[in-house]
Design a protein around this ligand. Sequence first.
Ligand SMILES: Nc1ncnc2c1ncn2[C@@H]1O[C@H](COP(=O)(O)OP(=O)(O)OP(=O)(O)O)[C@@H](O)[C@H]1O
Length: 326
Amino acid sequence: MTDSAITAHGLRKAYGDKTVLDGVDLAVPQGTIFSLLGPNGAGKTTAVKILSTLVSPGPGSGPIRVAGHDLATDPQAVRAAIGVTGQFSAVDGLITGEENMLLMADLHHLSRREGRRVAAELLERFDLGEAARKPAATYSGGMKRRLDIAMTLVGDPRVIFLDEPTTGLDPRSRHTMWQIIRELVTGGVTVFLTTQYLEEADELADRIAVLHDGGIAAEGTAEELKRLVPGGHVRLRFTDPAVYRGAVSALDEAVRDDEALTLQVPGDGGQRALRSLLDRLDTAGVEADELTVHTPDLDDVFFALTGGAGVPDQPNRPNQSEESVR
Ligand SMILES: Nc1ncnc2c1ncn2[C@@H]1O[C@H](COP(=O)(O)OP(=O)(O)OP(=O)(O)O)[C@@H](O)[C@H]1O
């Protein structure tokens, strides 16, 4: 057993003459959250399906190990050690949440008593205790996703694949889901998460890989990825035009917006750069009404790496107004 929960070398897959994955290397340490990020159609679901044994890898793919087992020679052991939830939900709407859970317990050959105990515990943990006796079809989107994850956990998986787990959820349900994912990892589980939401990868993932054109365009922590692209600046806002003009002449490298009375000064926003900027403002005798530091975010990285192709939806992106000035 290695410290890696998932390793893949030269992962390939084509559908007809369309190459989806063209030599992807993956290494996910145990007990971490790894996020595969990419625009629509980049191949995220294909990667999940291969790693979870639902689809076979293409010819020429290198060895794949999941949860300590070789995927080619021991797919059953891989299946026993993993859980998969996401776009292809296992929830049956016609039966209750509790019945869905008991069905999973049966599939995992738990005794009736043990099945009931595990089902009740998980339903409670995912805040579904009250709704347990209602048909799952009556559940909200967030409740169904929670039930889906609870069902996956009946088998006590060591590696969980979450394929776009929060797509379509409202902000509150999304945050609940994030909390659940964090708790899973605290319990030692490894999470392989695909998402189109940059904010989600930024919030959750220990490491992020950006999938583009069949390959990994970049991989690292959110901070490492953000360092790959320029775009950091300090934004100064003024209300008095005379003060604004004073700042303009003091900071000749700044990008001006004369209408909004704002200046953008390129820089990394670090302590030294900020101190020097404030000194220059002091020397010029001007004071900004507002100062905000903009560090590049994953959007900047994503667009830089994927050439702007496949703009992801960002319905709940925070700080949009603060960060929108480029
Ligand atoms: N069974 C299949 N047969 C033919 N083409 C397929 C099949 N499954 C996926 N594809 C194609 O492979 C490409 C990658 O699809 P995939 O679902 O892996 O992308 P994705 O990154 O998960 O996208 P999304 O964010 O939209 O879910 C797409 O162009 C898709 O049309």
